[in-house]
Structure formats: structure tokens, C-alpha cells
Design a protein around this ligand. Structure first.
Ligand SMILES: CC(C)(COP(=O)(O)OP(=O)(O)OC[C@H]1O[C@@H](n2cnc3c(N)ncnc32)[C@H](O)[C@@H]1OP(=O)(O)O)[C@@H](O)C(=O)NCCC(=O)NCCS
Length: 153
């Protein structure tokens, strides 16, 4: 199975990514996705205040995975945050999540030496296997019910 990891293209990819987020992360995230995907924030050289980079995984021209990082000025200068991480359930446990995560980390490390993730309890084992560890760092506005993990990239 040939998997292509590439940049998210707002106009082309938004509908497929919104559907993927809605199916895998739930309706609350789907609402935020519609807003975010229509106006991506851009990379740090374009704005000192907010930045992000979103990647997608494609198989046979179909988007089956998404992963991104974001940063804003209220976060520490040394870490980005992982978000929008999901793989279509049909394609899970085939290494696509690991590939997407590695590509996202390779992008973020150009600007930030570490990555946070607010993990759902179900996904925490995945991140621990990828080298993330629990942290007591206090993020602004943490998502309720999540576990904060960090990794030095
Ligand atoms: C988390 C997620 C993106 C992982 O994607 P994936 O393509 O299945 O991941 P991989 O196939 O690369 O998994 C690599 C290893 O991580 C572990 N792993 C993967 N998913 C796991 C899970 N849900 N729970 C525990 N361990 C998991 C496994 O050990 C797996 O290796 P194995 O299949 O050989 O045992 C995917 O499960 C997903 O989309 N989940 C729903 C959305 C979600 O929870 N997103 C994260 C929110 S913080």
C-alpha cells in the first residue's frame, strides 16, 4: 500500500479532512475543524503570533489521515502542540499514524525543539510508544479529560 504524506491544501482537502475529523475525533472537533481548515494560520515566518502546519496521508488519491502542529505566543517558545491527529479506522494499525507523526515532528523541529500533545486516554499508549512522556507543565486552557505529554524532538 503506497502512502503519500503531503501538505494539507485548504480548498482541495477541507471537505475530506472535516469528514475524517468528525468520524474519528467527534462532533466538537468537527466544528472547530471547519473553522480552522478554511483559514490555516501559516508558518512562523508569516506571523509571530500564531502558526501551524497540517499534513495529510493519502492512499490512491483519498485522504485517510491527518496530523498537524500549531503554536501561538501564549505557549512557551520551546514547544509546538500536536493536533488534528487521526487515521481512518479502516487504515489504523498499519503504521500510517507513526509516519504522519514523524513527518509532523520533522516539520515542527525547524522552529521548536519540543512537542506537546493533549492526548485522549485511549491514544496515550500510542504516544508513549513514540517517545512522549507525561508532564506536569500547565498549559493555558487545557482540554478537559486529556493527558498532557511532551517529547524532545
Ligand atoms: C492514534 C492514531 C492516530 C494512531 O494511528 P495508527 O495509524 O493506527 O498508528 P500506527 O499503526 O502507526 O500504530 C503504531 C503502534 O502504536 C500503537 N497504537 C496504535 N494505536 C493505538 C491505540 N489506539 N492504543 C494503543 N496503542 C496504539 C500500537 O502498538 C501500534 O503498533 P502495532 O499495531 O504494531 O501494535 C489512530 O489510532 C486514531 O486515529 N485514533 C482515533 C483518533 C485519536 O485518538 N487521535 C489522537 C487524539 S490525541
Amino acid at each position: 500500500m503506497a502512502v503519500e504524506i503531503r501538505d494539507f491544501l485548504p480548498h482541495r482537502d477541507s471537505p475530506a479532512c472535516e469528514l475524517l475529523v468528525s468520524r474519528t475525533l467527534g462532533p466538537h472537533d468537527a466544528v472547530m475543524a471547519v473553522e480552522n481548515f478554511s483559514e490555516p494560520l501559516g508558518l512562523p515566518e508569516w506571523s509571530a503570533e500564531v502558526a501551524e502546519h497540517i499534513l495529510v496521508a493519502e492512499v490512491g488519491g483519498r485522504i485517510i489521515g491527518i496530523c498537524g502542529w500549531w503554536h501561538e505566543h501564549r505557549l512557551p517558545k520551546w514547544a509546538a502542540c500536536l493536533y488534528w491527529f487521526a487515521v481512518d479506522p479502516v487504515y489504523q494499525r498499519r503504521g500510517i499514524g507513526s509516519q504522519l507523526l514523524q513527518a509532523t515532528e520533522a516539520s515542527a523541529v525547524k522552529w521548536f525543539p519540543s512537542m506537546f500533545v493533549e492526548s485522549t486516554p485511549d491514544a496515550a499508549d500510542f504516544y508513549l510508544k513514540q517517545g512522549y512522556t507525561r508532564t506536569d507543565y500547565r498549559l493555558m486552557q487545557p482540554f478537559p479529560g486529556t493527558i498532557l505529554l511532551v517529547k524532545q524532538l
